[in-house]
Design a protein around this ligand. Structure first.
Ligand SMILES: [Mn+2]
Length: 314
């Protein structure tokens, strides 16, 4: 951790993500954090366009070495201590404009691609979940079909036609599967529990071999090794991790576009994320989406999102 960055933050009054140095032009770095200030894909409660500011703010003064989940109980419980985002930069926000859905997708894909070309991994701060499609397009073009760990209350494999549109924040996974951006056999969804609009959404996913876990499934000790197997398989190749903050129970993260009761605690979500650090190669891209800081509970929701992002990184 570079103390200069902390002091620079104090001096400038500007808050970058985790105090990382700002770098608006792509350059060779291990990774970049990119804000995506767009929420034109949201069906109901808008506000995620302001998510990047709130997530950056929530990292002010945060250390970059996550605490291991356990310090007691023997060596098998002790994880290696990592430092998050070493030599990463904050690349600022992706230049999306508020009223252009396809342009926003193209902007995400374009700038993400430019950073990938320098060898960088990417962490996107949403913004609504539609934008994940742009990032997946960029990563799949370089890395081929991606494994996907998807934390969400919703399956996001809906059809836009119901709402008179091609895309919205609940369609991106259907698009990604149909475009061949993700490998369905290495795609795992965790936290699904929202009532659905379309009866065939789960069948669409199951038919392709996507593994789906509800919060109830996570509580079943008989399924624990199956879950670990699923999480490990995502990382048997280039992989992307997408976190919809609504995977958390609204008690922990109320300021999201589509809150759904009965969700994960922050601690449960962290437990799902920790195994990604045992993958043979680190994920190539990740995101934390759907924080809408215009809604009540913005502060604690942003803080929860920032901590999940930290556990993604280190
Ligand atoms: Mn969702």
């Amino acid at each position: 951790m570079n103390a200069d960055h902390l002091l620079e933050g104090l001096r400038t009054g500007l808050v970058s993500f985790l105090g990382l140095p700002l770098a608006l032009e792509p350059r060779p770095v291990p990774g970049v954090v990119l804000g995506a200030p767009y929420d034109g894909g949201v069906l109901n409660r808008a506000g995620a366009r302001l998510g990047p500011w709130a997530l950056r703010q929530a990292t002010m003064g945060l250390g970059r070495m996550p605490m291991p989940q356990r310090l007691q109980g023997g060596e098998e419980h002790q994880e290696p201590l990592g430092v998050a985002a070493v030599d990463w930069v904050d690349g600022g926000n992706i230049p999306t404009r508020p009223f252009h859905m396809t342009e926003a997708l193209d902007a995400v894909e374009g700038l993400t691609s430019a950073w990938i070309a320098t060898g960088a991994r990417t962490l996107m701060l949403g913004g609504d979940h539609l934008l994940t499609l742009g990032a997946l397009r960029a990563h799949a073009r370089t890395h081929g079909p991606l494994g996907l760990l998807h934390l969400d209350a919703h399956p996001d494999a809906g059809r836009g036609e119901l709402w008179g549109t091609d895309h919205h924040h609940g369609t991106w996974l259907r698009d990604a599967l149909e475009e061949g951006l993700v490998d369905p056999k290495r795609t795992v969804q965790v936290g699904l529990r929202a009532p659905r609009f379309e009866s065939d959404e789960l069948a669409f996913l199951a038919d392709r071999g996507v593994r789906m876990w509800t919060p109830g499934d996570l509580l079943d000790p008989r399924l624990a090794s199956q879950l670990l197997g699923d999480l490990a398989r995502v990382g048997q190749g280039p992989a992307y991790v997408s976190v919809d903050l609504d995977v958390l129970d609204p008690v922990h993260a109320p300021a999201v576009a589509e809150p759904v009761p009965g969700g994960l605690s922050v601690r449960e979500a962290i437990a799902i994320l920790r195994p990604i650090h045992r993958w043979e190669r680190p994920w190539v891209g990740a995101d934390v989406m759907e924080l809408a800081p215009t809604l009540p509970g913005a502060d604690e929701s942003a803080r929860a999102g920032a901590h999940l992002a930290l556990h993604l990184l280190g």
